[in-house]
Design a protein around this ligand. Structure first.
Ligand code: A3P
Length: 321
């Protein structure tokens, strides 16, 4: 039999084993300034070293629990609207987002590289949409360097609501998870993919220095006016909505198709699991879908503690959350 190429966990096993480690609800390894989930660290290193972007690629990046699923759905619906008109989606199940969870429509870099399936990314036709939680400084230089790199869309969210969302998500796997423990790991920066402030700031700064390459979105802004940001994202991805599409209500159709109520209610999102690692029940990706749920979960003191940390970190950057 032909020799199998080593998996990243074999290829980079020694490198990862030598990194600082933290045991928590998702064990971490500290690599180049960030706490990567241990399971994904080798795959992320492989991505960093080997990924070759195409100019037409759009990489969707998020901090976990900040709107990944929504961003994936919106970008997919906008990007594929010629082939799959959202307006015609109606009751017919011909639109992929009516049949598939958004995570099954757009490849997740961490899973693909970790599982040794990176060649599948090469086989995808352009323009490719791919998704990762990789921090900006760890992205392949081919993505961030020069003018040839591809485009990046980032979404972030109020850290307090991220904490609540992460807690509920992880609790599906670990029912006795402590809320205070999640708060502490966000506050001290050791949360998976943390420090969260550095994750956000990397993309925030890149969106200022390379605005044609990096688009920065906020979950709360999308809640206020998703259409405005779908328009901006389509333009950014090189697929602006035409006047005729605008007149036909195409933007609203995308927003409607990807709305929380619509997606949460779909049969496909009510059963089964998504993801290769810690495969999650699909309904865990659709919990409440609002801003401000933190007020139902944390004391004013805890909220002020988190706000203070992020305010300090963001001071002078022009970013407010
Ligand atoms: P809550 O737990 O606060 O409800 P991610 O997709 O990055 O894992 O983030 C999950 C969060 O996004 C969850 O927040 C989830 O409910 C919310 N979400 C998922 N799909 C959404 C949609 N279509 N519109 C708005 N919010 C959505």
């Amino acid at each position: 039999a032909a020799a199998r190429a080593p998996l990243p966990k074999e290829e980079f096993g020694d490198l990862v084993a030598a990194l600082p480690r933290k045991e928590q609800f998702l064990d971490g390894r500290f690599y180049q300034g960030f706490w990567l989930p241990e399971h994904y660290a080798p795959g992320i290193i492989a991505f960093q070293r080997r990924f070759t972007p195409r100019t037409e690629d759009v990489v969707l990046v998020s901090y976990p629990k900040c709107g990944t699923t929504w961003l994936k759905a919106l970008a997919f619906a906008a990007m594929t609207r010629a082939a799959y008109p959202p307006a015609a989606a109606g009751d017919h199940h011909h639109h992929p987002l009516l049949r598939l969870n958004p995570h099954d429509c757009i490849p997740f870099v961490e899973d693909f590289f970790t599982d040794g399936h990176e060649a599948k990314l090469d086989m995808l036709p352009s323009p490719r949409l791919i998704n990762t939680h990789t921090p900006y400084p760890l992205l392949p230089e081919t993505v961030t360097g020069g003018d040839d790199g591809c485009k990046v869309v980032y979404i972030c969210r109020d850290p307090k609501d991220m904490v609540v969302s992460l807690y509920h998500f992880m609790r599906r796997l670990q029912p006795d998870l402590s809320f205070a423990g999640v708060v502490d790991s966000v506050a001290d920066g050791t949360v998976p993919f943390g420090p969260m402030w550095d994750h956000i700031l990397g993309y925030w700064r890149a969106s200022i220095s390379r605005p044609d390459r990096v688009l920065f979105l906020k979950y709360e802004d999308l809640l206020r006016d998703a259409g405005e940001h779908v328009r901006a994202m389509a333009r950014f991805m090189g697929r602006p909505f035409s006047a005729a599409e605008e007149a036909a209500g195409a933007v609203a159709s995308v927003v409607e198709l990807c709305s929380f109520e619509k997606m949460k209610g779909l049969e496909v999102n009510r059963r089964g699991t998504a993801g290769s690692y810690k495969s999650m029940p699909r309904d865990a990706f659709f919990r409440k879908g609002v801003a401000g749920d933190w007020a139902n979960h944390m004391s004013p003191e805890t909220a002020a503690r988190l706000d203070g940390i992020f305010r300090d970190r963001f001071r002078g950057t022009g970013l407010t959350i």
